[in-house]
Write a new protein. Sequence first.
Length: 233
Amino acid sequence: MPVPADWPTTEAAALAEQQRLRPLVRAHDDEDAPGDLIAGVDVAYDDDRDLVVAAAVLLDRDTLDVVEQATAVGRIAFPYLPGLLAFRELPAVLDALAALTRTPDTVVCDGYGLAHPRRLGLASHLGVLTGLRTLGVAKTPFTFDHHEPDAPRGSWTPLTDPATGEEVGRAVRTRPGVKPVFVSVGHRIGLDTAVRTTLDLARRYRLPETTRHADSLCRRALAEALRDGTTAN
């Protein structure tokens, strides 16, 4: 998995690229419906061996059955810097998605979209690069504020930027009385639709099935790569 030749390698270049791409995000629903094939993507690392493994798992939205899955292994493309994780993860994620034989109608990222200091988290970055409909479902609120949603499933409260008061996502209760997840728009989707999609995918557990399957697959693939002695390209 070669890293693209023009991929940013410094903090300054990555920040400039985020500023360039941010105006291209479409934070509203397209005319098309979100569709029935929903992909989840996630990554796992071994920093000591300079390895990153990405997984893409395609699910049927109605049944939540796995339709197809793929992985990609490569070298870590960027250092760990808060707010710039997309540059570390996206080359492998793009390869995993490209290995699927069917194109997802929507991609769910384990992370943020517009809920990002520069409004270009992984989900938005991926959406702009690929043109795919994307959303982010994160486990923590990052640097943003929220009040706890009511206890019933489906309750939500705004996730807001403390500096501006802007709503950048929602804290969503996917299980009664269980701590919420944090949903944000990625690309080509509105926030209401992103929340509904998350709830459709999280019928039994706190996290969407897309995230659960992708997380499990990338961890297994990383363990196999280490066991086989795989090295980064």
